[in-house]
Design a protein around this ligand. Sequence first.
Ligand SMILES: CC(C)(COP(=O)(O)OP(=O)(O)OC[C@H]1O[C@@H](n2cnc3c(N)ncnc32)[C@H](O)[C@@H]1OP(=O)(O)O)[C@@H](O)C(=O)NCCC(=O)NCCS
Length: 395
Amino acid sequence: MGTTDEEIEIRIYDRRIDRTRVEDLERKCEVGPGENIFLFTNTMGDPLCRIRNSPLYIMLVAELHAELVGVIQGSIKITTLGCSPPTDKAIMGYILGLRVLPPHRRKGIGMALVRKLEGWFVANGVDFAYMATEKDNKASLKLFTQKLGFLKFRTPSILVNPVRYHAMRLSPNVNIVKLNIQQAERLYRRFMSKAEFFPNDIDRILKNRLNLGTWVAYHREESWCCKFDINSDSDSSFPTSWAMLSVWNSGDIFKLRVGKAPMSCIMFSKTSRLIDCVFPCMNLATLPNVFDPFGFYFMYGLHHEGPRAGKLVHSLCRMVHNMAIEGGGDCKVVVTEVEDSKTLRLNIPHSEQLSCSEDLWCIKALKMSEENKHRLNGVIRAPHPRTLFVDPREV
Ligand SMILES: CC(C)(COP(=O)(O)OP(=O)(O)OC[C@H]1O[C@@H](n2cnc3c(N)ncnc32)[C@H](O)[C@@H]1OP(=O)(O)O)[C@@H](O)C(=O)NCCC(=O)NCCS
């Protein structure tokens, strides 16, 4: 049954009147990882928690006859796009958190929400909109690719490593050093600014309270010198092989908890993309203590240089795993998302059972200038880039 555009009211989220209604809607959006098992998310009273750390953001709600029936969120930032020229920057609008109440689906509400958000993007000068979904989400894929003109363009993997009870052994032949924020920013701008989706405001991410730090690893027989020239192409001051990564404490903004519930009490919520993609295929028995609320660390900005960097990536990931234990908090899984790079996949400890091999990213040009058409073609046709910068604010 269709609904006319006049009947659907779409407006900006108003915390005073919408907070509990949005949380309620999230809970009613079904899908669980197993029969009678439900995954609860706790946004700790802040439905905006996934976008709040972005430079510019919005949440829209859809009302039908005074009932809140749909939500969508969007954020805007400047990133690197594509590889030609490699420093090409674009204003990007990210679409996330689209939900429509099950009894009101197929009435055009989802599409109306996306169109309204696209309007906000255009008003704010956005060049391209993009979104990510699990590859099996037929409804979402049909809506975005067939109705709204989005194009599939990347299929990175989400890798999940459960935190075990015992620390993982670290190689005595590898040195790991924590960088300060300025050093980390300089290193990222020097080595990752050409990576697809590298954010212009990397400094804001690194300074965010959720960022636990940036580390580099190198082989013990070499040394690390942070005094390099950001404008120089010479890598002479670096070890022959090295790796770096940063860690984001996602558990500080929302918690996950698995609960068994009777079918009459459907309380499953899909607040996070991680949940959208990974948890439906997850064997929860392999996770420790998931019936208590738990958080997760997200590793981002993984970069490696040199022929022996694989082992260094591995050491850094093991260190993050041990940090999760030592933190004494509730971090039960360490997660990362990488483009299908063999070196990274092979060296990032993860459970195949818990990981999701294909997250699907789709893109659309909103400013259809000749230049943007050309850039979009470049992005779609480009071979998958070696590095994709997955912004921790968008997990
Ligand atoms: C995806 C979702 C938001 C769609 O909302 P909706 O209001 O039902 O979508 P619309 O009515 O605007 O649908 C527009 C078009 O999308 C496609 N579509 C929507 N739902 C579909 C489904 N279940 N199966 C196949 N195509 C579907 C159709 O092409 C549809 O047009 P049509 O009805 O003329 O055939 C909704 O199903 C939902 O909340 N799903 C759970 C959360 C989710 O997966 N969110 C997306 C994360 S990116």
